[in-house]
Design a protein. Structure first.
Lengths: 364, 500
């Protein structure tokens, strides 16, 4: 039982249900241009602010530290354990940054409570030298706040960058199930005579729970059972313990190929651009059935904005490689997704607002 | 495919070197109390990212095998289990070492560790899909009944004082409830401390109970020290006779099956298998009263089982893509990162790699036995190091290990807290084993009980045959124990009457 939840963290931490109307499309792969909110570092590799209108920046010019990490050791505190997706992405970024900045990046996993332990521990750690950063997934952060596990969200940090998206969640049933599309599935469970008949295996409180609520809200009627993490959901579905479940596609793709399970739909992102998974979208049937979650780097509160800006640029540059793009595609069925500081904050803010609107539901 | 797999391992010197290194590092991690097999995998997993798939995963399995096996060294020589998997090895290993049979205990433990690993891997190679289909049959009903059954075996572990044994087990279950509740994530007994949200982790609890208690026991007797001399033992062969070996075949087989079974069932931690196997062995033995006094049966039960769990845990991992415990969850991460999708098509899609891994595991098991048998001469010298030096180093390593588990200083306080608790409970005559079993299984019982309560509206327990089997088994064990206790009580009473 020592780390029985290693995999569950991967899942529960994963998602945010959102109906974000904001348009992120423009920022998706926009590279290093257009940073407007802080002054640059001494090397001058930050573009001079194009739109002087940003009021916040005026103050920062006075005390700009020399941002040079060459030969230094940066610490990445990862909120989830090794072997999962949050850790994997954090380590990939770390490896690429080492080359980019000619420094050491030490990755330390500080685990527990879906990332809350690490976040609580490092949110206010002194960071005058700009060497301490936290890597997490934004879904965990928002869910923890909404469910009352923590009493703070992204605002307790200085967001640095979003550097990847979560792999796709799918609604999966056994291959011999009577419905072949998500529409048929919804029709089946919405029908009076099948009310409460289907066992839907999820974990309560997790993001799958949100998704379930959206479906129930639409008219579906399930018997909701708590099955646990991704792995336990697959076991349960195969063994007949539940009739349908929500899991990451890559974990069941062989079962689908082997003809034991089938996917009804993929839960899309609000900005589904760059998704390479060829499965019908759930939002075609239930428009609100959307899941956004991202991997993000944060700095402790009070970190000098120059460090935040410089690291963001370094991450953007370090991930702008074919190798990185290939990895995102292989591992998450996604194209490269890296945001500048402004867009990162905007995204985290939108996610937080939406998840918090489900707060009551989560806390019950 | 099998041939190809064989060649990927044995024709690549780099793979062989990685396997050997992995095994040695694993043994070291296993042997040092506080550092575990899981930790070895966590630390070295990122190093395997750039390797080839077979190299990377072979290294990880070598760390696993070495790590699970290495724990026996400190269990026998220091009475402190090197990993959670060798808790039960202390029970008979330590008394043997005290009797001057340390080398024999080590020899037995190493040889049966090898046998356990071998049986586990063989089952993995031959029966994986079949056994995996059994694992799928286990739902909340079955896990709940199985873990209650395992807990009922505590009765026999409780020793002479059944009441204290049961109290200890219940306390273990209670400690397991600290932290966020399963299912609804409500904090319990955390007193607003976020460090407690995760609950108490196994490592600090075990280190506290074993390492700190051992040190405090030593400290309390340091002034009335008898000279404890270890005889220079000549180790001949494996340290035990052929007759002794053949006498253990049945015990080893049963223990391997227990270990394998626990490994196959995702949802029951691998750390349980050694304690459970020890209990089963004691229950089925002709001389249960000798367990704990230093007989090889106890060591065989614990060490065969914990190593058989390795192969067992790999079965659902490979055949279903479902990790059985934390360690195999790490391994699964390794597979995914190397682009091997575990699950029903693994043999078709990555057959040669999988067979390569099997051969790598066999090689690693063999190397483990060789390294440990060769090292025995040096291991035994640990006993000659003055304890005041040795134990202070051990405590330091233990605390480092506890912190390193999730990189939290808070866990160091957990170590000392549980150490103090265990020391006091020992003084009061409580046995710690029921507490450990309660702690390990308490969460499984609770989670599954709560899931059963959700399922019961649509599923009848009478439609779950395995549930009924385990429930009946629990009733029989309890009934038998009560009957035994009552009849002993009556005999004593009637004896007293006659004497009057």
């Amino acid at each position: 039982m020592l780390k029985r939840h290693a995999i569950s963290r991967k899942v529960t931490g994963a998602l945010v249900v959102a109906t974000m109307a904001m348009s992120l499309a423009a920022c998706g792969g926009s590279g290093t241009n257009g940073n407007t909110n802080t002054a640059g570092n001494e090397a001058g590799n930050t573009a001079e602010s194009q739109q002087g209108g940003a009021a916040a920046q005026a103050e920062t010019e006075a005390a700009v530290p020399a941002v040079d990490w060459t030969g230094k050791t940066i610490n990445f505190y990862v909120t989830h354990s090794a072997g999962g997706d949050t850790d994997y992405y954090a380590r990939l970024v770390a490896q690429n940054l080492e080359k980019q900045l000619n420094c050491n990046v030490v990755v330390t996993n500080v685990t527990g409570s879906n990332g809350a332990v690490c976040m609580s521990q490092y949110k206010d750690v002194p960071n005058e030298d700009g060497l301490n950063f936290i890597c997490t997934n934004a879904g965990s952060m928002a869910c923890n706040e909404a469910s009352g596990i923590t009493d703070f969200g992204y605002e307790a940090f200085e967001p640095v960058a979003v550097y990847g998206k979560q792999a796709n969640q799918n609604i999966i049933v056994r291959a011999d199930a009577p419905y072949n599309s998500f529409q048929e599935f919804v029709d089946f469970t919405s029908a009076q005579e099948h009310a409460g008949e289907l066992n839907l295996g999820i974990s309560t409180g997790g993001v799958a729970y949100f998704l379930t609520m959206v479906m129930e809200d639409y008219g579906c009627d399930f018997n909701i059972i708590d099955i646990g993490d991704n792995a336990e959901r697959i076991t349960s579905l195969l063994g007949g313990g539940c009739d349908a479940t929500i899991v990451t596609y890559s974990l069941v793709k062989d079962y689908i190929e082997a003809g034991q399970l089938k996917t009804l739909c993929a839960i899309p992102k609000s900005n589904n651009e760059g998704n390479t998974l060829d499965v019908p979208s759930a939002a075609d049937v239930i428009p609100n059935l959307i899941d956004d979650s991202v991997y993000a780097c944060l700095a402790p509160k009070g970190t000098d904005p120059a460090y935040v800006q410089a690291l963001n640029e370094a991450i953007q540059a370090a991930t702008d490689t074919d190798e990185w793009k290939q990895t995102c595609n292989d591992y998450s069925y996604q194209s490269r997704y890296v945001l500048n500081v402004e867009d990162t904050i905007e995204l985290l803010k939108a996610q937080r607002e939406l998840v918090m609107s489900y707060s009551d539901l989560l806390q019950n | 495919m099998i041939q190809e797999g064989f060649l990927t391992v044995f024709s690549d010197p780099l793979t062989l070197i990685f396997i050997a290194l992995g095994t040695i590092i694993g043994i070291i991690f296993g042997a040092i109390p506080g550092l575990t097999a899981t930790m070895a995998i966590v630390i070295f997993l990122p190093f395997t990212y750039p390797m080839l798939a077979t190299q990377g995963i072979s290294t990880l399995t070598a760390l696993y095998i070495g790590g699970i096996s290495g724990g026996l060294i400190s269990a026998i020589l220091l009475n402190i289990p090197g990993t959670p998997s060798s808790v039960a090895t202390c029970f008979d290993g330590r008394p043997m070492a005290q009797k001057g049979q340390g080398a024999k205990a080590l020899g037995v433990a190493v040889v049966f560790s090898f046998i356990g690993t071998f049986i586990g891997i063989m089952c993995l190679m031959v029966l994986a899909p079949l056994l995996a289909s059994v694992a799928i049959k286990f739902g909340p009903f079955e896990y709940c009944a199985l873990s209650v059954f395992a807990l009922s075996l505590v009765v026999t572990l409780a020793g002479k004082d059944m009441i204290k044994g049961l109290m200890s087990a219940v306390l273990g279950c209670m400690i397991a409830t600290v932290g966020l509740a399963p299912l609804d994530s409500k904090p319990r007994f955390t007193f607003g401390n976020f460090n407690l949200n995760t609950g108490f982790k196994l490592l600090p609890v075990l280190i506290g109970i074993f390492a700190i208690t051992e040190v405090m026991n030593y400290a309390s007797e340091v002034n009335k020290q008898k000279k404890f001399e270890v005889d220079e033992v000549e180790i001949k062969g494996f340290g035990f006779t052929f007759q002794e070996f053949t006498g253990q075949i049945k015990n080893a087989f049963v223990s391997a099956m227990v270990g394998l079974g626990i490994g196959i069932l995702p949802g029951i931690g691998g750390s349980v298998s050694n304690v459970l196997s020890y209990t089963v062995s004691k229950n089925t033995s002709k001389h249960p009263e000798k367990y704990g006094t230093g007989i090889i049966d106890g060591i065989v039960a614990s060490e065969t089982a914990n190593n058989a769990t390795i192969g067992g845990a790999m079965i659902p991992l490979l055949a279903l893509g479902i990790p059985g415990d934390g360690t195999s969850a790490m391994l699964m991460g390794g597979f995914l990162i190397h682009g091997i999708s575990v699950g029903p098509l693994i043999f078709e899609k990555s057959g040669s790699i999988v067979y390569g891994i099997f051969f790598a595991m066999l090689l690693s098991a063999f190397l483990m036995a060789v390294f440990m048998l060769l090292g025995m001469k040096w291991f035994i010298k640990i006993l000659k190091v003055p304890k005041n030096y040795l134990l202070s180093i051990v405590v330091t390593l233990c605390v480092i290990g506890a912190i390193g588990d999730s990189n939290l200083l808070f866990d160091a306080w957990g170590v000392f807290g549980f150490g103090l608790m265990a020391y006091l409970m020992n003084k009061a005559g409580f046995s710690m084993t029921p507490l450990i079993l309660g702690f390990l299984l308490g969460e499984t019982v609770e989670v599954n009980l709560r899931r059963v309560s959700q399922l019961i509206s649509t599923t009848s327990p009478f439609s779950r045959p395995l549930f009924l089997v385990f429930t009946l088994a629990t009733i029989s064990v309890l009934g038998y124990s009560v009957y035994g206790a009552l009849s002993r009580h009556i005999t004593i009473k009637s004896k007293e009457k006659r004497e009057k």
